[in-house]
Design a protein around this ligand. Structure first.
Ligand SMILES: Nc1ncnc2c1ncn2[C@@H]1O[C@H](COP(=O)(O)OP(=O)(O)OP(=O)(O)O)[C@@H](O)[C@H]1O
Ligand SMILES: [Mg+2]
Length: 255
């Protein structure tokens, strides 16, 4: 684990929702171009920690953060951070596929426009094709790019959401329980996709599902009551946890 390049480093990270101390003294290094899973019982702070990495908690009133998060050495917890650029570099995929009520084409064009990334019909189409290829959707959808994205299956919608992130050429992809709306087969296929994407991206995935963490991730962090209790390679955390709480959790004694 020591030789892994670190992409995100959180140091002395604390987060408060009003008076509630939701993240407590988090020290956390996310390895580059690998999949890191965050596990832990409901309410332990997984989503909150994930949202720190692209400053999504800024949208929550009364939320206050102290400490440091560096991505490639650059401080994120800083008023001067360019949030639009940050959220392009650190993209996010949510629990329910949140496709826009627009065509497949326009779902993908949306971010390209905001970030003024490409212009010209041919180049836009080539980029959209590339994005759909990255998530294994091009062959399926190439003849109906004008169809409303909400008519797709949930798996296709979630893939499209991933494509919408990938097309902006991020470096980090955050996923908050991305498979919880999907059936087991679709879930397996999304996991397969994530394993392909980790060649190019640093991935952090929050999951309730310990089997999923064990199947898909290279590293696992176990959280409990706002603390990161243990972090290590997934095989170490699952086969030889150092902390008693981790052991109890992965053996299904609570959660
Ligand atoms: N906007 C908010 N305002 C106040 N408290 C919040 C807010 N969002 C989350 N919390 C609280 O912070 C704690 C951590 O919540 P968080 O959603 O990060 O947990 P989680 O591990 O993702 O849980 P789950 O597995 O249920 O998604 C919980 O006690 C939750 O009630
Ligand atoms: Mg959550």
């Amino acid at each position: 684990m020591d030789q892994m390049a670190v992409k995100i480093r959180a140091k002395d990270l604390n987060l408060f929702y009003g008076d509630f101390h939701a993240l407590q003294d988090i020290q956390f290094s996310v390895p580059e171009k690998a999949i890191t899973a965050l596990i832990g019982p409901s309410g332990c702070g997984k989503s909150t920690l994930l949202r720190c990495f692209n400053r999504m908690n800024d949208l929550v009133e009364n939320c206050r953060i102290t400490g440091s998060i560096r991505i490639d050495g650059q401080e994120v917890v800083d008023d001067r951070t360019d949030l639009i650029a940050l959220r392009k570099k650190v993209g996010m995929v949510f629990q329910r596929p949140n496709v826009f009520d627009l065509s497949i084409y326009n779902n993908l064009l949306f971010g390209l426009r905001i970030h003024r990334m490409v212009s010209g019909k041919d180049r836009i189409l080539a980029t959209i094709r590339w994005g759909l290829e990255q998530v294994g959707l091009w062959d399926e959808l190439k003849d109906r790019l004008n169809q409303n994205a909400r008519t797709l299956t949930l798996e296709q919608q979630q893939r499209l959401c991933i494509a919408r992130v990938v097309i902006l050429r991020p470096e980090v992809i955050l996923l908050d329980e991305p498979c919880s709306a999907l059936d087991p087969i679709a879930t397996m296929r999304i996991e397969e996709l994530l394993r392909e994407l980790k060649r190019d991206y640093t991935i952090v995935i929050v999951t309730h599902n310990m089997q999923q963490a064990a199947r898909v991730s290279d590293y696992t962090g176990f959280m409990y009551l706002g603390r990161l209790i243990e972090f290590g390679t997934t095989s170490q955390v699952f086969t030889n946890p150092r902390d008693r709480l981790t052991e109890n959790y992965i053996s299904g004694q609570f959660g």
